[in-house]
Ligand binder design. Sequence first.
Ligand SMILES: *[C@@H]1O[C@H](CO)[C@@H](O)[C@H](O)[C@H]1NC(C)=O
Ligand SMILES: *[C@@H]1O[C@H](CO)[C@@H](O)[C@H](O)[C@H]1NC(C)=O
Ligand SMILES: *[C@@H]1O[C@H](CO)[C@@H](O)[C@H](O)[C@H]1NC(C)=O
Ligand SMILES: *[C@@H]1O[C@H](CO)[C@@H](O)[C@H](O)[C@H]1NC(C)=O
Length: 712
Amino acid sequence: MAMEATTTLPFLLFLFLGLLLILFTSSRYPSLNTHLKFIRIQAKEPSPTSHLDHLTEIPQHPLDPLTLQEITKVQTILSSYSPFTSSFPTIHTVCLHEPDKSLVWNWNKGDPLPPRQAFVIAYLDGKSNVLVVDIGSSQVVSHVLNPYSGYPILIPEDMESAIKIPFRDARFNKSIMDRGVNLSDVICGPLAAGWYGPNEEGRRLVKVECFSHQGTVNFYMRPIEGLIVMVDVDKKEVVHFTDYGHGIPIAESTNTDYRYSAVQNKPLNMNPINPISMEQPKGPSFKVDGHMVKWANWEFHLKPHPRAGVVISQAMVRDSESGKLRRVMYRGFPSELFVPYMDPSDAWYFKTYMDAGEYGMGLSALPLVPLNDCPRNAYYMDAVFGASDGKPYVRSNMICIFERYAGDIAWRHSESSFSNMEVREARAKITLVVRMAASVGNYDYIIDWEFQMDGLIRVKVILSGMLMVKGTPYQTLDQAPDGQNMSGTLVSENLIGVVHDHFIAFHLDMDIDGSDNSFVNVHLKKQETSPGESPRKSYLKVERQVAKTEKDAQIKFKLYDPSEYHVVNPNKKSRVGNPVGYKVVPGGNAASLLDLHDPPQIRGAFTNNQIWVTPYNRSEEWAGGLLVFQGKGEDTLAVWSERDRPIENKDIVLWYTLGFHHIPCQEDFPIMPSVSSSFDLKPVNFFESNPILRVAPNVQEDLPVCRAATSA
Ligand SMILES: *[C@@H]1O[C@H](CO)[C@@H](O)[C@H](O)[C@H]1NC(C)=O
Ligand SMILES: *[C@@H]1O[C@H](CO)[C@@H](O)[C@H](O)[C@H]1NC(C)=O
Ligand SMILES: *[C@@H]1O[C@H](CO)[C@@H](O)[C@H](O)[C@H]1NC(C)=O
Ligand SMILES: *[C@@H]1O[C@H](CO)[C@@H](O)[C@H](O)[C@H]1NC(C)=O
């Protein structure tokens, strides 16, 4: 879900939290040192952090994001572009218009860069302008007006102005004061209105919902229930006023604050944990050169993106036998998020957010909190984004990169005594993590890309932040005659945590050893034996079905009719003749149960299947459509896939959607402990054998000295 009080408030909150945590950790160490003596080798080099001077930064790779200077240049070009000379539009998106894929794969370090172009979505006089600007020649090379029904991403100015509009309406003020709330204690959030029919078309609408922040920073837990003001963001006027919440009290502020400073007055009631961190006395084993990351056998390009958050490009892994770099994935990123709430009542039915296309995962990402969002050995990367006036700004520490050793095993075997062979072999698992965290209003999404030396990539989505709660007159379930009929769980007095889903669709442009790949459904089928054939009655048999067209690759998961899903290069075989490939390995998942014709499900139709495969098309990037805000869903992955284009032995894109059903519980109040789910991209017959056979085991002498004295 999504909501932002003012754009600076959450940001300040984060800074404040970060500061608190720093203060907290530094003040804790000395007291612990009095009874625990630490022998610690100081890192020879401090942890690397990004010290790029953004003012002088120049792009080094065809996929590098637009620099500060380039965004400034785009703004200058657009200012003198004739349709915009009399009135400059608001800029909702400005990012790199990536060069053609073939140019990028054929580019080598030292070659001149392909022409640098910007992709811009600008809004002027009720029209969405989709432009491509060539920076070198100062030309607008493409300009399309209103290509789809929806509107561009909301900009901070839209949000700031939207939440002020209700205060111009006397009904609103009266309703607030009637509830005994001071107007100065009201904080409002700009909610995307979704799309619910022709009445809402032709103007940009935001639904404003308000809270009382009196006595707490966690105003989300103090909703002013049933009061929803629909506003026209452009005309800055109230379109519709809904007020059904009279008689529903505003929940108390008690126990809603989650800041360390606010909760210390009560005992922890658990044994404290001694200070812990991973030490790398010789520094990290990865290198970041501009936006290229090299670690162990991996190389990839990494960049912040205003809409997707983080984009991983040109992921390549070094072959353990030949030593050659091999292509795995051209591009991977979260393409859209869909968060429908399950309450059809007036103040709630429209809460069916598309967080990437309506708010922007990158735009919602605030600086990471050192030592807590990312470990001490993390490297941080900044983002340079464009503001609505077209001018650039720096979002510092938006991404972190770190090596993880979590005490896990990469492979092992011990030989038992009957064989008379004394074998004890085990290898530690060390991985590289790329992380970002978006705070889309009340919710926090952490997205991890984790690279393993055995060729596996794990994509993990972690949820935290605040529930979207609904005010109720009930303090306890005893008072609720229709308790079974509530749209969620009573999580605290007067608060229902409303049931909702989260779906995150990933765009995974796999290029296994080249662009032409096929999607194979490796189907496991029950076989029955014929009478007398075997003491067994049944067994499983693998049947490989190569998808010919898009519809063959629309996959719904079924536990009792299972398959593996492989992307293979049919033109490249392993030593023994298997096509080289990667498979997508699902983790925990959830499917949307909404009616296929429900308006939000039409917009979020990319959740109709968990897997889709489309032929590569550079304009098919956003699973919910390019212009999602109030879009009708005519430009979604489901619509593209319906064309049923050939996908065999072609440049294909795999789409994987990760889902969560969330039935809130009391532990989610006042802030949710994180929950996560993931999926893997795992090599299948890609390497000739175990690619980490020759990785050395850990030995004591190589490890940093970091041990506690046994007694004080
Ligand atoms: C509503 O209250 C706000 C804040 O006190 C005030 O600025 C505004 O003028 C009021 N609006 C109306 C219509 O009275
Ligand atoms: C509203 O503000 C007034 C003046 O600051 C204060 O006396 C009163 O207690 C406030 N009421 C509430 C409900 O916070
Ligand atoms: C449950 O809620 C619906 C919709 O608000 C209502 O029509 C119905 O009467 C309720 N049922 C019970 C048992 O309270
Ligand atoms: C590429 O995608 C766009 C948008 O879906 C579509 O209009 C166009 O026809 C597609 N091109 C091909 C070759 O499929």
